[in-house]
Design a protein around this ligand. Structure first.
Ligand SMILES: *Cc1c(COP(=O)(O)O)cnc(C)c1O
Length: 410
């Protein structure tokens, strides 16, 4: 089985919430409690998520990608605006910027596998409107430095929390640092409803705009179609009550999931000790990270590849989903290539260039990095090998022995 920790602890609680919706029959996110079988699962999920994360507002959506689109639309980011985003991220961080008619400006990552704060300022131009830090593989970005840079240059910050639901940085949950932030509930994330997502913000106006974008411009908690009351052109990115029911059961398990992952990661690391030819990834908040993965850095590309070959996995550089080099649709569209486009492909309205190996520091890091699963078992993320949230101590010991033996024989 592949998936994130939430999918491994799916059970009675999800079933109970789902059955309540099915037995009462209210499948749509809006309604009056108790009338026509409305059991307000989406609204309850939004409220409980806001309480747990520590934000004033959340909007449940149909995906993390949809949530990112809501964030960009809420901030009014559009044609010609530039957004700085790391070149190592899930493709949706970059494509949501393109689909907002804005321009992604690809940034280097550092050895935490998140955006390198030292390499942000050189990318800022008069067109820059926002920075999109991505908390990759459950690890918080260096938010202190990113927020300082953003304040100095008057830029918005959109946190992509899709891979770090529930993680915290210096005692505060991720998603509370930026102006607005996006979460995902797809099956490979910390908690899941199969698909789904959420937007979080403390700002009343951004909330209203994000909400409107996700539901044809309507104000939050609308009752019917409120003509004359819509200020933004939106689309339909709504979550339905079935997804809301599962999301609600899952968010109630969030902290227990994180606690179990953290314990397992510490155990595995203790069993591994110091490995020959490898060190551990830099973590910007050891206690706050999600602990969904354990990332090893090898001294050379060859050692990383040899290690992976023995374990049936691949270094992160080969992830087709998460590395800019492997995103041909981004690189092609950026140069106006017509490969996937029967008509004239629009070029980005900027002089920014996109080409393979344009981020040498990122490439050098990713070719030596290898993911071991703790809670996210995902070939697409480079982590088909490792443990999962339900692994026993015996299984942990077996995996540790295999890793140690493989590293010793490089
Ligand atoms: C998963 C993910 C997304 C998109 O989420 P979906 O729910 O799959 O649309 C966006 N950004 C990052 C970093 C992700 O990992």
């Amino acid at each position: 089985m592949a998936g994130g920790p939430g999918s491994y602890v799916f059970g009675e609680e999800e079933k109970k919430e789902l059955l309540e919706v099915i037995e009462n029959g209210g499948l749509f996110r809006y309604g009056v409690p108790g009338v026509d079988g409305f059991t307000h699962k989406v609204a309850s999920f939004e409220k409980e998520m806001a309480d747990i994360i520590g934000v004033k507002h959340t909007v449940a959506t149909s995906s993390g990608t949809g949530s990112l689109l809501c964030c960009l639309a809420a901030l009014g980011i559009g044609a010609g605006d530039e957004v700085i985003v790391p070149g190592y991220t899930f493709i949706a961080s970059i494509s949501s910027i393109i689909l907002s008619n804005a321009v992604p400006v690809l940034a280097e990552i550092d050895s935490s596998l998140t955006i390198d704060p030292d390499k942000i300022e050189e990318l800022i131009s008069p067109a820059t409107k926002a920075i999109m830090p991505v908390h990759m593989l459950g690890n918080p970005c260096d938010m202190d430095r990113i927020m300082k840079i953003a304040a100095k240059h008057k830029l918005f910050v959109i946190e992509d929390c899709c891979q770090a639901f529930g993680a915290s940085y210096k005692g505060r949950r991720l998603g509370t640092y930026g102006d607005i932030s996006a979460f995902s509930l797809n099956v490979f994330k910390t908690i899941t409803a199969g698909d789904g997502g959420a937007v979080a913000t403390d700002d009343d106006i951004l909330y209203e705009r994000a909400f409107g974008f996700h539901d044809q411009g309507h104000k939050p908690s609308r009752m019917g179609v409120e003509v004359g009351n819509r200020s933004i052109v939106g689309m339909n990115l709504r979550m339905n009550e079935l997804t809301g029911a599962v999301s609600l059961a899952q968010i109630r398990k969030l902290d227990a999931i994180l606690a179990r992952l953290r314990t397992k990661k510490i155990k595995l690391k203790n069993l591994l000790g110091k490995l020959p030819h490898a060190e551990y990834r830099k973590i910007n908040d050891e206690e706050g990270e999600c602990a969904t993965l354990l990332t090893l850095f090898f001294d050379t590309k060859d050692h990383a590849e040899k290690f992976c070959e023995s374990l049936g996995t691949k270094p992160l550089a080969y992830s087709g989903w998460h590395v800019y080099n492997n995103m041909e649709q981004i690189l092609n569209k950026a140069t106006g290539a017509k490969a996937n486009c029967p008509y004239d492909c629009p070029k980005y309205p900027s002089q920014r260039e996109y080409k393979k190996h344009m981020l040498p520091q990122t490439d050098g890091i990713l070719e030596r990095a290898v993911n071991i699963s703790i809670g996210v078992v995902d070939k697409g993320l480079g982590s088909p090998f490792g443990i999962n949230i339900n692994s026993s101590d015996v299984e942990l010991e077996e995996v540790a022995a295999k890793i140690k033996e493989t590293a010793a024989n490089l």
